[in-house]
Design a binder for this molecule. Sequence first.
Ligand SMILES: [Zn+2]
Length: 154
Amino acid sequence: MNATKPRSARKIAEEAAGFGSSATAPDPRSCGANGCPQLGSIDLGGSGRFLCACHAMVPSDRWPAVTQGIRDYGWMLDIIRNVKAAGASDLQWRKVAMLGWSVEPEMVPHAQETKALYVARLLQDFEHRVGARATKPQPLLPQRTWPAMQGAAA
Ligand SMILES: [Zn+2]
């Protein structure tokens, strides 16, 4: 967009001083667990150290294992990103999900799962796979009225 815009004197001075260089300074938005590639957004107990959703859910002695899990299952975050970026039409995001999960058919969206509920389930499943959530989530279905649920059970 602004590829030809010259850098400001301030920008050049910051670069010379090493600001904004990922090689010398860690991203201050990063999760506080050592080596975690995710951004931190949860500060438990007001410590000033923000953790990602995975590390926030486990005691610190399990952080290294969870970090390894996050790295091992990074491909799953790509699928989640692709589903989120897919068009809002039911056909579009479901197609992206089906392609992403061709080797794990139980992970494709349930017929009644909305895009938002499906993305939420994928994030919970990711947390389960990296060791931050005890149970594997089932498809998240929209809330229904009691008579509709009784009808579905019959
Ligand atoms: Zn983390």
